[in-house]
Design a protein around this ligand. Structure first.
Ligand SMILES: *Cc1c(COP(=O)(O)O)cnc(C)c1O
Length: 218
């Protein structure tokens, strides 16, 4: 929280604008509960099965964010159990999530994952793909478009990362005010992300320490 506040001050932003998303993949429910007890409510999970095991162990007012790669055969439980999806990158998944969102629940909040450098190792859409998916999401009342998410290419060049974040922010501005919730920045690069306008800081390692289990599980 201190780092987020400092970064906001450095870029003349209101710290109220930036929310901490605690990325809790591989962490036991007790670790999430400890953060909950200090006031944290937003938690991000990458692996569906692991998240479904932890959810019943945490209080009901936790806001759950799915941030991992989507697969068609897993969209139903995601539509049923999560409040946000930050990693939507296909029309097919958008349509499945919309159809599977239980009636009576508020719309599922969506960030479109973009990959403007077209890195093969990461999912995410280019600018044109993001624009057409945004238009489709606006037609699906069970989904609510909120913003763009991206994972920058690993780099120790802060200026390169700043340029990548700025390109995502520029695209979000072009897409319109319903795309304002930028989900940029992780433990290593949250300062550059906040300078570029991020509203969600997705932080794992800097909160919980290094992950001990591999993160490549399904
Ligand atoms: C794991 C993960 C994070 C958190 O990364 P840290 O470097 O541990 O802060 C953020 N976003 C996504 C999509 C992740 O998979």
């Amino acid at each position: 929280m201190q780092r987020i506040r400092q970064a906001c001050l450095a870029s003349q932003r209101d710290p109220e604008e930036v929310r901490l998303l605690a990325v809790s993949k591989t962490q036991p429910a007790a670790a999430l509960q400890a953060l909950y007890d200090s006031g944290q409510r937003d938690f991000g999970e990458n692996y569906l099965q692991e998240a479904l095991e932890k959810m019943p162990q945490l209080p009901a007012d936790v806001c759950w964010h799915f941030i991992g790669p989507l697969q068609s055969n897993k969209t139903r439980p995601i539509a049923e159990h999560f409040d946000w999806v930050h990693s939507l990158a296909s029309l097919k998944h958008a349509e499945r999530l919309a159809a599977q969102r239980p009636p009576g629940r508020s719309p599922l909040n969506i960030c479109i994952q973009v990959n403007l450098e077209a890195e093969a190792s990461k999912s995410g859409l280019d600018a044109r793909g993001a624009a057409s998916l945004a238009a489709a999401i606006r037609q699906l009342p069970q989904l609510r478009l909120r913003g763009l998410m991206s994972i920058p290419s690993p780099s120790d060049d802060p200026q390169l990362q700043a340029r990548q974040f700025a390109a995502v922010a520029q695209l979000a501005a072009e897409l319109g005010p319903d795309c304002a919730e930028l989900s940029l920045g992780m433990s290593a690069d949250l300062e550059q992300a906040i300078a570029a306008g991020s509203r969600w800081a997705r932080i794992g390692t800097a909160l919980f320490g290094p992950r001990t289990r591999p993160t490549s599980q399904g």
